[in-house]
Each structure stands twice: as structure tokens, then as C-alpha cells.
Design a protein around this ligand. Structure first.
Ligand SMILES: Cc1cc2nc3c(=O)[nH]c(=O)nc-3n(C[C@H](O)[C@H](O)[C@H](O)COP(=O)(O)OP(=O)(O)OC[C@H]3O[C@@H](n4cnc5c(N)ncnc54)[C@H](O)[C@@H]3O)c2cc1C
Length: 470
């Protein structure tokens, strides 16, 4: 009989791969779960198998890490979704390679982020997509998302994606950066010390855009996507310090694709279901689990690393993964005597990456004006087709919090389970009721967190019934 799994790592991005490797090298029996066919997460996303041999440097870096994970004997549960969890440290899973539920002594959550959407007139037109969707098409399928592409949003990833699209043959009509980075950037230059890989990537992206005469405008953003059945253009405008469009500065720009890159929101639903205490930290992307020095949450045996515990990038995710992997293994008695020393040796890297994280948040956190673009008829929750006017009506009926608006409108109850819309709904409620986001509160996630086949739900019910008969 095979020995039971001791640590389940959810998410096979940079954070999860590093956590699984560190824990397995310490001697723990580790299973790594990811809903994708291949490991890598977003940063190390691998090309589809049909494109072997055409990997980028990031993809090669990810493939090397993956080889080490395999060599360390980690069990790989591919195409497996952790769709639910309970405070008893139980995970419920859907996938052919995994049990339907598991209660390991330790869980490391490395679930990454989802992208922050922005609601503006026309944002549901075909042709509007997130920057991540465009990047996934390009990295995994070697497909361009469109012919004439406008990138709007904030952060260096815009620059990187724009350059990747140009190198792949796309016509990028412009890159609009919402933040006034040239005015604010100088004060933060020190945080780039030691970040040479990022500096080189940024400079090379910049040169690519410059050599193709791609306009790059700062303090500019989108106001509306235009077109009948498909994007045919965009209305853009200069932004003031609060990211509010400046009246009279609007311009029209022709394009067939608009990529939105307004940052990320940590995916914390599993942490919440596992009973981890959360804290509101806008500079880290919103609600994040509180963690101790070993990155353990307030739920015993549950660790959280990487972007899912606060937006910080792939390098921070990796060092956090190593720390949590070592700590979780030590908690189970594997190399407990040397764990503190190994973690100590990782602290300079952790500190450097956290400094970069602070700089990133200071420069690229969007202003409140971004949440004022929606009109009454603009859809906020796409799955349930809830408009801003619907939210206003719910408030008129007495709803005051995210939970109450959800109950009245069904906003956030569709297939995406709020990943695309809960922040849009929360901002609309806050503005309408003149409360802070903290006062509006959060909607408690409910399993299934992802669309899950009925037979899978049935398996869990059957297992529970069997358990209760014992
Ligand atoms: C769209 C996008 C584009 C990016 N582009 C860049 C870039 O160009 N350059 C750069 O430096 N950084 C980029 N980043 C940031 C970088 O990818 C992240 O900082 C880094 O990947 C974080 O690593 P992670 O391990 O925390 O999470 P991720 O790499 O996001 O990995 C999380 C993994 O967990 C899986 N997962 C989540 N929940 C579950 C579940 N319940 N069940 C099963 N599996 C689950 C996800 O599918 C994913 O594979 C990008 C991020 C995103 C989201």
C-alpha cells in the first residue's frame, strides 16, 4: 500500500512548484494539484505539447523547476480542481488523478490571482479581454488575440505583453498606462537594485515598442469600447491624479481588440473556506490571509504563498514557496532541526522581493476614478447580467452590504463565482452607499468554487454518507 500524502500543494505556478520541491526534498510525501494540464501557473505557462521546442526563457526556467519537482518524487495531480474546502482541513477535488476529497496534515495554498476587471460602456463586447487571456493565447497556443490591439491598464506587465505581441507580429496601436509613472517613478528607483532580470526584461520590451513606433502614454485610460457586435474602436482619455477621465481630453482610436491589464486580485476562496483569518490590504490586492513568519495562516497546518497571499510577482512566490515547504515539512517532523537555519538563509531574498512588492504597489495601484466609468446600463456581473442600475435598485430596497446585494440580485452567483465581478459590485455599493470597502464587507465564498460535474458532487456526498455510517 502506498503511504498517505502528508502535504497537498494547491497550484503549480512558481509558488506551488517551489513549495512542493522544498517539502519533498525535506522528505515529506507531497501531492501537487493544478487545474491545468501542464504545471507552470501563469508565469511559467508552458506551450501546448504540440509546440515543444519553441519555449521562451521563462518557460525553460519553469521546465527546469518542474524536472526537479518530478525528480523529488512529488505526486502530480494534473487537471484537478480543488473546488471546495472545510475548516477541518479537508479539500474536495475534481479530477481523474486525485481522490474526491483529502484531509492531509498540511496544505500549502499557492492559488495565484485572477485579473482585476474594469466595467465601462462596451466592456462586454467581443474583442475586449484581459491581458492574461491574451498572454495565455500567445504563450500556450501561439495565437494572436486580434489584428489591431490596444492595451490599457497599469504595470510593467503591459509593457511585456505589448512587446510579446509585437514580436509575434501583432499591430499594437497603443499602450495606455494609467499611472503617472514618470512623475512618481524616480522616487522608487532604489527598489530596482538587484532586480536585474526585471530591468533587462523591461528595457528590452521598451526597445521593442520604440523600434516599432508603438505609442506609450502615461496617465491615459479607456472610457468606452465602441462597436456593435465586435470592438471597432475605443474612446480614451487623459486621467487626473485620481484616475478620473479629464473632460474634453477624449480621443477615438481604431482597434479590434482591447486588452485590459488593471492588476490582480489574490484568489483566497480556499483559504477562507479552510478557516484562515483575512485582512484587508489594498496594497497587496485586497483581502489576504494573515500569516506568521513561516507563512502559516491562522488555520493550523494551512500555509499560503505567492500571489494568492498578496500580489508580489513570481520571484516572491518562489521564495515564499520554499519557506512554506520547508516549514510545513518540519512541522511534520522532516528535518525539523535544520529548518530554522534554512529559512533564515532565505530571508535576504524575501526582504528584497518584498521591497519590490512595495514599490510596485506604490506605483501601480489604480485610483478610485477607475470605478466611475460604468453607466446605469453597464453590466457589472456578466454571468447573471446584473447592471449598475440593478445594484442601485437593491440598495433602494435596503441592501447595504456585499452579501445583501448578492442575495437580492444574484450578482456573483454565476459560473465565475464572483471572480470577475465581486470587486465591481463592492465598489459600486461603496460609492452608492458612501461606505468604505471594508464596511461593504466581503461575500463568503461557497463551494463549488468552480463549475463542477454533478457526479463529482455525488461522490463527495456518498463518501460523507459512508463516513457517517462508520
Ligand atoms: C494573467 C497574468 C499575466 C502575468 N504576466 C506576467 C509577466 O509577463 N511577467 C511577470 O513577471 N509576471 C507576470 N504575472 C505575474 C506572475 O505570473 C505571478 O506573479 C506568478 O505567476 C505568481 O505565482 P503563483 O505561484 O503565486 O501563482 P500562479 O502562477 O498564478 O499559479 C497558480 C496556479 O494555481 C492554479 N489554481 C488556482 N486555484 C486552483 C484550484 N482551486 N484548484 C486547482 N488549481 C488551482 C492556477 O490554475 C495556476 O496554475 C502575470 C500574472 C497573471 C495572472
Amino acid at each position: 500500500m502506498t503511504e498517505p500524502i502528508e502535504i497537498v500543494v494547491v497550484g503549480a505556478g512558481p509558488g506551488g512548484l517551489s513549495a512542493a520541491l522544498a517539502a519533498a526534498q525535506a522528505g515529506a510525501r507531497v501531492a501537487l494539484v493544478d487545474n491545468n494540464r501542464q504545471p507552470g501557473g501563469q508565469y511559467f505557462r508552458q506551450p501546448a505539447r504540440e509546440f515543444r521546442g519553441a519555449a521562451s526563457p521563462h518557460q525553460r526556467q519553469g521546465a527546469d523547476l518542474w524536472q526537479r519537482v518530478q525528480a523529488a518524487g512529488v505526486h502530480w495531480w494534473a487537471e484537478t480542481t480543488a473546488w471546495g474546502a472545510a475548516e477541518t482541513r479537508v479539500l474536495t477535488l475534481a479530477g481523474n488523478h486525485a481522490p474526491s476529497s483529502i484531509q492531509p496534515p498540511a496544505i500549502i495554498l499557492a492559488t495565484g490571482t485572477y485579473e482585476r476587471t474594469v466595467a465601462f460602456p462596451g466592456w462586454t463586447l467581443p474583442g475586449v479581454m484581459t491581458a492574461g487571456a491574451a498572454q495565455t493565447l500567445l504563450k500556450e497556443q501561439h495565437l494572436l488575440p486580434g489584428k489591431k490591439i490596444l492595451l490599457v491598464g497599469t504595470g510593467p506587465l503591459q509593457l511585456v505583453l505589448a512587446a510579446e505581441l509585437v514580436r509575434a507580429g501583432a499591430h499594437v496601436v497603443a499602450v495606455l498606462e494609467g499611472a503617472p509613472i514618470f512623475q512618481k517613478g524616480a522616487a522608487h528607483l532604489g527598489s530596482l537594485w538587484g532586480q536585474w532580470e526585471r530591468v533587462v526584461e523591461g528595457a528590452s520590451s521598451w526597445l521593442t515598442l520604440a523600434s516599432h513606433a508603438v505609442p506609450y502614454r502615461t496617465s491615459w485610460g479607456i472610457v468606452a469600447a465602441n462597436g456593435n457586435r465586435q470592438v471597432a474602436g475605443a474612446t480614451i482619455a487623459r486621467l487626473d491624479a485620481a484616475w478620473q477621465p479629464v473632460a474634453g481630453s477624449e480621443e477615438q482610436i481604431a482597434c479590434d481588440t482591447i486588452c485590459l491589464g488593471y492588476g490582480f486580485i489574490p484568489f483566497t476562496a480556499l483559504a477562507q473556506l479552510l478557516g484562515a483569518q483575512m485582512t484587508w490590504q489594498p496594497e497587496l490586492g485586497g483581502d489576504v490571509p494573515t500569516r506568521d513568519a513561516n507563512l502559516q495562516t491562522s488555520a493550523p497546518g494551512v500555509y499560503a504563498v505567492g500571489d494568492g497571499a498578496g500580489i508580489g510577482g513570481a520571484a516572491l512566490a518562489q521564495v515564499e514557496g520554499e519557506i512554506a515547504g520547508i516549514a510545513a515539512a518540519a512541522q511534520l517532523g522532516h528535518h525539523a532541526d535544520t529548518a530554522a537555519q534554512k529559512i533564515q538563509a532565505l530571508l535576504p531574498r524575501l526582504t528584497r522581493e518584498r521591497q519590490f512588492q512595495k514599490m510596485y504597489a506604490a506605483l501601480f495601484t489604480p485610483g478610485a476614478g477607475l470605478d466611475t466609468l460604468a453607466r446605469d446600463e453597464t453590466i457589472l456581473c456578466r454571468c447573471e447580467e446584473i447592471t449598475q442600475a440593478d445594484v442601485r435598485r437593491a440598495i433602494a430596497l435596503g441592501a447595504n452590504s456585499a452579501g445583501e446585494v448578492k442575495s437580492i440580485t444574484r450578482g456573483g452567483m454565476g459560473d465565475c463565482q464572483g471572480r470577475m465581478c465581486s470587486h465591481l459590485l463592492a465598489h459600486a455599493i461603496a460609492r452608492e452607499t458612501q461606505q468604505t470597502l471594508a464596511q461593504v464587507g466581503r461575500v463568503r465564498p461557497r463551494p463549488p468554487l468552480f463549475p463542477t460535474p454533478i457526479p463529482v458532487l455525488g461522490q463527495v456526498q456518498a463518501a460523507r454518507a459512508e463516513e457517517s455510517l462508520r
